[in-house]
Design a protein around this ligand. Sequence first.
Ligand code: FAD
Length: 551
Amino acid sequence: MDGIEREAMEYDVVIVGAGPAGLSAAIRLKECDPDISVVVLEKGSEVGAHILSGAVLDPVGLDAIVPDWKERGAPVHTPVTRDEFRILGEGGSVRVPNKLMPKLMDNHGKYVVSMGNVCRWLAGVAEELGVEIFPGFSASDLVFGEDGEVKGVVAGVYGLRKDGTPGPNFEPGMELHGKYVLLGEGVRGSLSKKVIARYELDRDSQPQKYGLGMKELWEIDPAKHRPGKVVHTMGWPLNSHAGGGGFLYHLENNQVYAGFVVHLNYENPYVFPYMEFQRWKHHPEVAEVLKGGKRVAYGARAIVEGGWQSIPKLVFPGGALIGCSAGFVNVPRIKGNHNAMLSGIEAAEAAAEALKAGRSGDELSGYEVEVRTGAIAADLKPVRNVKPLWSRFGIVGGVVLGGLDMWVASLTGGTLFGTLDHRKTDAEATGRAKRHQPIEYPKPDGVLSFDRLTNVAYSFTNHAEDQPTHLHLIDPEKPVAWNLPKYAGPSARYCPAGVYEFVHDGENGGARFVINAQNCVHCKTCDIKDPQQNIEWRTPQGGEGPNYPNM
Ligand SMILES: Cc1cc2nc3c(=O)[nH]c(=O)nc-3n(C[C@H](O)[C@H](O)[C@H](O)COP(=O)(O)OP(=O)(O)OC[C@H]3O[C@@H](n4cnc5c(N)ncnc54)[C@H](O)[C@@H]3O)c2cc1C
């Protein structure tokens, strides 16, 4: 690819990403046949370091992969005890009675977990079965075979200088070849993006849609802690300018996850998702829970929202997309871990069958069929119009119509609206600044709300300074020449880690675009929301980025 000679290691299956999808695939491959050789590559410094979910876990995937997970001590201890959905106004809220919610929205029987810890535990299960896991190993490129199939990845390249030349600690990395390569990179994976483009996997699907999810882990006053209580909110502080909502999940040890998702299809370029999250924590009902506590960790990650109609073709010669690399999040349920795990399992079963038949490098079409007709389809199809209805009709109309459609789907298997489309990508949805008003956000108080850079310190993120930037500008002039005058420089606001800045210190007060790549928490929002699609998120060397404790 880049002219560097590398050693190659041969495996039956190479898996990129030690998230719930990748680890489930690895475990199932070994369950199918212990002799299948499997390697999992993870860019985080350890498994779990880059995992950021809510998370209320539907254990259906876990049940399928390790049915005796309770006896084996999985870190899944907190069953949901109370489940509330509230529409917030500025000073209060209206609770939507649980009986008005379709059954599929019910969180009873689910668990509040740290998905990072669940992945650490799954990695242990996989290693016991003989899976090789390489944390701190970024898969930075694809390797193609003679017939155009994906035959492996380049991984473990370290020590390039800023200008791309080898530095004193340079390691060329290696090629890891597999008869099949499963891409479980999560949302907006960089190799997945290349594969989707090369094989035109999204030719017949709707554009993918996204939200930006931000989350803090709080230790709260024990008197206010209700293990297993789950609260979802919609409404304030978001209004017609952006959609989304918040969540408070009480887990164990007096800990609460406070999180907020802003749908990235907002038009007003002055929307500042991070500040919306900070403002939300000042709602009296949220503040009441957090007051007297302390925030111990912060992180952010995009979340896939396109649903059923945005799922691309899943297989390509030599491999498949699994988990959120393909996009299996059930948006109204805000859950994707269960489908990520199921997809990993289904891809693994298809790969094991192909290997048994002596095949390699072809399409795992059995996996595609299973997803389109099995449990994932049953989960996603009934809710396929919810996101388009929210986009078209806003909070009140969208929630009512989306709820109605989910009721119809769960009672009759049909839908009121056929399959609605998403119309535009989130980048295309961004409007010109002149058509919108700037939004005033209150200053963080340092108690409930925090400025971005202070919070980024709680993601324990690091990137070496002297390396090629992983936030690549396709046209370096565009941010100042185009994005600033036309869109008021939205990257300065949509990035939840303060990576992008317009510094006005040039001649005659001219602006400079500064990229503080060391702050990047790998959420991928810039790759998604930049109106011109001018920012390309590339996988940096391994072991960098956030180091989430138990997110
Ligand atoms: C704020 C928020 C709240 C959520 N809440 C919930 C919830 O309550 N319940 C729920 O079920 N789901 C929830 N989700 C969705 C859930 O997080 C995803 O569906 C799930 O993480 C998808 O799993 P995955 O294995 O596909 O990807 P991920 O969990 O993203 O894992 C991908 C892994 O691959 C690694 N990786 C990526 N690229 C490379 C590369 N090139 N080389 C090496 N390693 C790489 C990453 O570092 C990461 O560890 C939430 C998401 C967000 C953002």
